[in-house]
Design a protein around this ligand. Structure first.
Ligand SMILES: [Zn+2]
Length: 84
């Protein structure tokens, strides 16, 4: 299933959680990988290559973890497919 096939209700739930900071994770380490990018490692174990600006502006040392967000979507899609 590609991203554009997500049910609208699921997208709305996801956005609400994202806005609430549900997928924000604490940065535990970061190392430079290029002139303008760092690879950060999150408390959840996921990694992200990002420019320095989001890191500098990280609220409370936290950044949005795309992989945790994706994991939520995958779980939600699976749950929706289950019979009630
Ligand atoms: Zn994560």
């Amino acid at each position: 299933m590609s991203k554009k096939d997500y049910p609208p209700a699921l997208i709305l739930r996801y956005r609400a959680l994202e806005n609430a900071g549900e997928f924000d994770r604490k940065i535990v380490s970061s190392r430079p990988v290029s002139i303008d990018k760092d690879e950060v490692k999150f408390e959840c174990g996921h990694k992200l290559n990002t420019t320095l600006l989001p890191i500098a502006e990280a609220d409370d040392g936290k950044l949005y973890c795309r992989q945790c967000g994706q994991a939520w979507i995958d779980r939600a899609l699976k749950d929706e497919g289950k019979p009630q």
